[in-house]
Design a protein around this ligand. Structure first.
Ligand code: ATP
Ligand code: MG
Length: 571
């Protein structure tokens, strides 16, 4: 928790007040058995009715004060812990937004999700419980012990001698449960990941009859979580029964030894009644402290997981600007090499340049590094060596706002959001209706009219649209901002040949100054590109125009011929 101290800091005054009220409440509670002992042993035998009413009234007052104070303080603790958690969650969300793609790869999305939800919840619980029990329980424990010692040291010492047993159990439980709770969170991440993958791919899973396999997979992680849960549960479950056993044993001893001592005249009988009450208080306080320890182990593990994310250093920082080169190409890759994991190269020594308004086509088998080139151009990752330049300026020196504004992007497997067609094309930017219509027209999204115009509903992930309709909406979204650079990653694959051709014509005539980078599996989609790169395992094995490649690049020729053949046969 110490790593999150800065969030608690602004609330110290408020928390102090809460704890003060708790302290007063606990002290008042400690008075009640003492008042009763005086009433039973002195006022009742004397038959002093007025004093009996007075003491009874005092006890009632104490009980009410204690109750009111507790309610107030518990509410206050809910307020402060709620606000602290809100601030932590806010900053965590903010930090997650700014993690680089590489940092997110390491963290993984499900882990980010559970840190944002269940971990912050654990922190909240710890903060609230610490305030509710953190002062009250020790005061009741120590105060109860002190009152007993004052009333009858012999009897009190017999009982207090039992406490180290509980202390030992608590120590053992805390020590064993902390690593278990940390593991529990990690396994929970796995469960979330499995469920997420399953739900995202539910159609595919059904289509390929993989339901049983998925069930098995879920069963495995679910079993693992249950195991850890049970282990943690078994370990912590020792605490409460032991505490109850030891303290109930104590209660029996009070009655037994107390009776002897009353008989021998060492103490008065009211002391036994007071002792029973103090002992119940101590019992509850002890259990409260144990719960704090358990909460602490959970909360501490969660706090560390959250603090780890908050402490991730800034990645992909913007470097100081340098003088840009004159007459530079619009986009240039200069000897760029890159690896996601540091093992092997995903892009190997790539160089090419594009003039403003030109089109680059990228072709290659799956996993050859096509999307990776786009990731580097968008600066989602920095190259390991070499430079990516836009207008002769190293993109690492361009402020993010400025850099992002240049691009219109359709990622591979991009998705639509819930809302209207217009919302999806606008995508939270300030664009007027004309811009939306123009983009939709260029993207050949004529189906919008059939669906009921720009206000037609799009459901979550665009599931009420066909694949090709989705792609056209996504292309319209990318075009609507009138980007300097348009990036389309395999995003016309679901269009029929004719629509695809119309789209290319519209781009050529309506977006003359837009430089386009196009990843496609179909030669026909990129044969008109000014430059085509043929990739294999991160290396360029052919570069040039369609005609050049037909002559110089064996692989390209084979792909082109097979596809053209198929096209003709299909036609
Ligand atoms: P496809 O046609 O299937 O989209 P691609 O050419 O776009 O393939 P890339 O996505 O660029 O392929 O991937 C290139 C290589 O980098 C692949 O071997 C892939 O496994 C690996 N890779 C991609 N993304 C990551 C990542 N985030 N972390 C680690 N490796 C990755
Ligand atoms: Mg790809």
């Amino acid at each position: 928790m110490t790593r999150l101290e800065r969030y608690i800091h602004p609330y110290w005054g408020f928390i102090f007040l809460t704890l003060l009220i708790k302290l007063l409440g606990a002290v008042t509670e400690l008075m009640i058995p003492w008042l009763m002992e005086i009433m039973l042993d002195e006022k009742v035998p004397a038959g002093d009715t007025a004093a009996i009413y007075l003491y009874g009234g005092l006890m009632l007052l104490c009980a009410l004060g204690c109750l009111g104070g507790n309610i107030l303080a518990n509410r206050m603790s809910a307020i402060s812990s709620g606000r602290i958690t809100k601030a932590i969650r806010h900053d965590l969300f903010e930090r997650l937004q700014h993690l680089s793609a590489r940092q997110m790869d390491e963290l993984t999305v499900p882990s980010a999700e559970s840190r944002l939800t269940s971990d912050t919840y654990n922190i909240n619980q710890l903060l609230a419980r610490l305030q509710r029990m953190g002062v009250r329980a020790p005061i009741l424990l120590v105060g109860g012990g002190a009152m007993m010692l004052a009333m009858d040291a012999t009897l009190a010492l017999v009982l207090l001698a039992l406490l180290p047993i509980i202390a030992l159990v608590v120590y053992f439980v805390t020590k064993t449960s902390i690593p278990l709770y940390t593991r529990q969170q990690t396994v929970l991440d796995k469960v979330v990941r499995t469920v997420q993958e399953n739900i995202t791919g539910i159609r595919l899973i059904k289509a390929l009859s993989k339901t049983d396999y998925e069930k098995q997979r879920f069963h495995a992680v679910n079993g693992e979580l249950t195991q850890v849960d049970m282990k943690a549960g078994i370990v912590t479950a020792i605490t409460n029964p032991t505490a109850s056993l030891v303290l109930n044993l104590g209660l029996t001893l009070v009655v037994l030894i107390g009776a002897y001592r009353v008989n021998s005249g060492a103490i008065r009988s009211g002391v036994i009644v007071a002792f029973l009450q103090y002992f119940t208080m101590i019992l509850n306080a002890m259990l409260g402290i144990t719960r704090i320890f358990v909460m602490w182990s959970k909360g501490e593990a969660s706090a560390n997981r959250v603090a780890d994310v908050l402490a991730t250093p800034e990645d992909l920082t913007v470097l100081p600007a340098e003088a840009s080169e004159d007459k530079a190409p619009h986009i240039e890759f200069r000897d760029v090499s890159f690896s996601y994991t540091g093992i092997g190269k995903n892009i190997d020594c790539l160089s090419f340049s594009l003039k403003r308004g030109q089109t680059l086509g990228i072709l290659g088998p799956t996993g050859s590094g096509k999307s990776t080139i786009l990731n580097l151009l968008l600066r989602l990752y920095d190259p390991d060596s070499g430079t990516v330049l836009i207008d002769g300026q190293d993109i690492r020196t361009i402020p993010y706002e400025e850099l992002r504004k240049k691009f219109g992007v359709v990622f591979q497997n991009d998705f639509l959001t819930e809302g209207t067609v217009a919302d999806n094309i606008r995508f939270f930017r300030e664009l007027d209706a004309d811009a939306l219509t123009r983009a939709a027209e260029a993207a050949q999204a004529s189906f919008i009219a059939e669906k009921g115009g720009m206000d037609a509903e799009v459901v979550v992930r665009g599931n009420n649209l066909s694949g090709g309709q989705k792609q056209r909406l996504l292309i319209a979204r990318a075009l609507a901002g009138d980007p300097e650079i348009l990036i389309l990653d395999d995003s016309s694959s679901a269009l029929d040949y004719q629509t695809d051709a119309k789209l290319r014509r519209a781009l050529r005539s309506g977006y003359r100054d837009t430089t386009t980078v196009l990843v496609a599996q179909r030669v026909s989609s990129l044969r008109h590109a000014d430059l085509i790169l043929v990739l294999q395992d991160g290396c360029v094995i052919g570069a040039g125009s369609h005609d050049d490649l037909m002559e110089t690049c064996e692989e390209y020729r084979i792909i082109a011929q097979t596809q053209m053949g198929a096209e003709k046969e299909g036609a």
